[in-house]
Design a binder for this molecule. Structure first.
Ligand code: 48H
Length: 258
C-alpha cells in the first residue's frame, strides 16, 4: 500500500495532541530532564503516579552526556549503585567506592527506562512561570523553547500539577521565578536562595541528598538545583548524588500523594 504523507502528518498531530491534552493535569510536573529529573520521573511513574517532565532542549539527559570535561564517563559511588542497578546501567569498579559508567549509556538508559515506566516527556518546551494560589504552587506556565530562544511575543499555556519538582540544575529556574514573583520566604536557612558553593565533592554529595526537599508549598528541589537553592557546594562529574536525589524526591512525593 502506498504511504500517504498526509496520514503521516495526521498520525503525528493526533498522537501529540492526545499526549498533550491527557497531561494538562498531573500528580507531579518535573522541570528539567537531567539525571535527577529522569530518576524522579522513573520512580514516580513506577509507583503509578501521573508524572510529566518538561525539557527545554531537544534531548534530555542534561549534563550527563559529557561526563567530565567531555571525557564521557561518569563516576558513581557505592551508595548509589542500587539506582544504576534499578535501571540496568552497567558499571565497572575503579577502586573501592569509585565506579565508572559510560555517560552515553547512563543518559540514554535513564531516558528510555523512565519513558517506558510511564513518564511523559515534552522536549523543546520551556517552563517560564508558575501558577500560584494562596495555598501554594499548583502548576506551570509553558511555551515552546524556540519561542523563548527567538524572543517572539507569544503568550504561553498552563498545566496543573499537585506538586512541581525544580530539577533545572545549576540555574534553579523555577525557584528563581517564585522568589521574583511570589511574596513569602523559601523554606531555606535564610528564607532565600542560598546559592551554590565552590567544589567540594564529598560535602556536595551528602548535601545534595539533604537539600532535596520542599522549599515552597508545592515546590520541591532535586539534583543540582537542591544545592543551588538550599546551599551546598558543587561536586564535578560524580553522579551518585543526582541519582539519589531523584530517588528521594520521588519517595517523598509518593508519600505526600498517599
Ligand atoms: C525546561 C529546563 C529549564 C526550564 C533548565 O543540569 P542537569 O543535568 O540537572 P541535574 O541537577 O539533574 O544534574 C546536574 C548535573 O548534570 C551537573 O550539572 C553536575 C553533577 N554538575 C556538577 C558540577 O560541579 O558542575 O539538567 C537540567 C535540565 C537541562 O537539560 C536543562 O535544559 C533543563 O533542565 N532546564 N527545562 N524549562 N525553564 N531550565
Amino acid at each position: 500500500m502506498a504511504l500517504d504523507e498526509i496520514l503521516i502528518t495526521r498520525a503525528i498531530i493526533d498522537g501529540y495532541y492526545q499526549k498533550l491534552t491527557s497531561n494538562l493535569e498531573t500528580d507531579v510536573a518535573i522541570v528539567g530532564g537531567g539525571p535527577s529529573g529522569l530518576v524522579a520521573g522513573y520512580f514516580l511513574a513506577k509507583a503509578g503516579r501521573k508524572v510529566v517532565l518538561y525539557e527545554r532542549k531537544l534531548s534530555v539527559g542534561g549534563g550527563m552526556w559529557g561526563g567530565g570535561m567531555m571525557f564521557n564517563d561518569i563516576v558513581v559511588q557505592t551508595d548509589a549503585l542500587h539506582v544504576l542497578d534499578a535501571f540496568g546501567i552497567r558499571y565497572r569498579r575503579f577502586q573501592e567506592n569509585y565506579y565508572i559508567a559510560d555517560a552515553v549509556e547512563a543518559a540514554s538508559t535513564l531516558t528510555s527506562k523512565a519513558v517506558q515506566a510511564g513518564l511523559t516527556v515534552f522536549n523543546c518546551v520551556s517552563v517560564e512561570d508558575v501558577m500560584m494560589r494562596p495555598e501554594g504552587l499548583c502548576g506551570l506556565v509553558i511555551n515552546w523553547s524556540p519561542v523563548e530562544m527567538v524572543g517572539l511575543h507569544v503568550d504561553p499555556l498552563t498545566v496543573r500539577a499537585k506538586f512541581v519538582v525544580d530539577a533545572t540544575g545549576h540555574a534553579t529556574e523555577v525557584v528563581k521565578v517564585v522568589v521574583r514573583k511570589v511574596p513569602g520566604k523559601l523554606m531555606t536557612p535564610e528564607g532565600r536562595i542560598e546559592g551554590e558553593k565552590s567544589m567540594w565533592a564529598d560535602q556536595a554529595e551528602k548535601l545534595t541528598l539533604e537539600n532535596t526537599r520542599e522549599v515552597f508549598p508545592g515546590l520541591y528541589v532535586a539534583g543540582m538545583a537542591a544545592n543551588a537553592t538550599v546551599g551546598g557546594p558543587r561536586m564535578g562529574p560524580i553522579f551518585g548524588g543526582m541519582l539519589l536525589s531523584g530517588e528521594k524526591v520521588a519517595a517523598e512525593l509518593n508519600a505526600r500523594l498517599g
